[in-house]
Design a protein around this ligand. Sequence first.
Ligand SMILES: CC(C)(COP(=O)(O)OP(=O)(O)OC[C@H]1O[C@@H](n2cnc3c(N)ncnc32)[C@H](O)[C@@H]1OP(=O)(O)O)[C@@H](O)C(=O)NCCC(=O)NCCS
Length: 240
Amino acid sequence: MIVTAVGGFAFLLTSGLGALLPAFELRGILLLATFITAFYAALVTAYRLFLAFFPLPVGEIAIGSKEERIFMTYILFWLIFFHPIVTPLWVPVPFTRLLYKALGAQVGPKSYFGGPVLDAHFVTVGTGTLVGARALIVPHAQEGLKLGHYPVYLGDRVTIGAGAIILPGVTVGNDSIVGALSVVAKGTRIGEGEIWTGNPARFLRKRTPEEMGHRIAERAPSKAPKENDRFGASEPGLYS
Ligand SMILES: CC(C)(COP(=O)(O)OP(=O)(O)OC[C@H]1O[C@@H](n2cnc3c(N)ncnc32)[C@H](O)[C@@H]1OP(=O)(O)O)[C@@H](O)C(=O)NCCC(=O)NCCS
């Protein structure tokens, strides 16, 4: 039903534009681009409305529960429409901040994503943070029959190395670096200005003030919420 409404809206808009536009060489391409843009804009709106009315809880989802039925609808949306765009990295990196904000993530200015973010509405990212090429952010713990969502928080000026994997419930403090291809295990808390590497990622060393830049204290504070502000630190089932 949602898809029919969304498709119908995009079709009507495109037909309306088609009726107004005179014939010219790139008319077909323009109309196709209009249809795809309108379709996805309406789809993202429907998706956000769905999650606003039927929010997925933080923590484990019980089999047969109402939350599991909400999850099933959510995952269908995701797998059919968003996964095919996000996972092969169709969206150019400069637009990824907008993409993940549209999908519900909170992302500060000058932060960009070279790899996919799953369950974006469980992800908070500060200012000036880079998720490296093909790194993966995964806020859901799907392990056999167990399924749960745990927020991921990346602070300001964080670098997630190329190909790294950030698992559910991970917190990465300001100015920290996760090494290329490292796997940060569920619930890991990386402090400020630290470098972690390996699988599972372990503390390698503290960054020096020189490495982080001398003027950090003078930089504008992040506009992103502090860790867990969005979800409540006392939420049951959160990894600690
Ligand atoms: C983690 C990192 C910051 C460490 O840099 P560094 O402090 O200069 O560290 P070094 O290269 O001197 O290595 C120190 C040790 O860590 C190990 N190491 C470094 N990077 C590692 C990684 N990604 N995974 C596992 N071990 C790593 C080194 O082998 C070395 O081990 P040793 O002391 O036993 O010999 C860097 O290697 C890295 O991975 N940067 C990510 C860059 C990136 O991907 N950016 C995004 C681009 S899109």
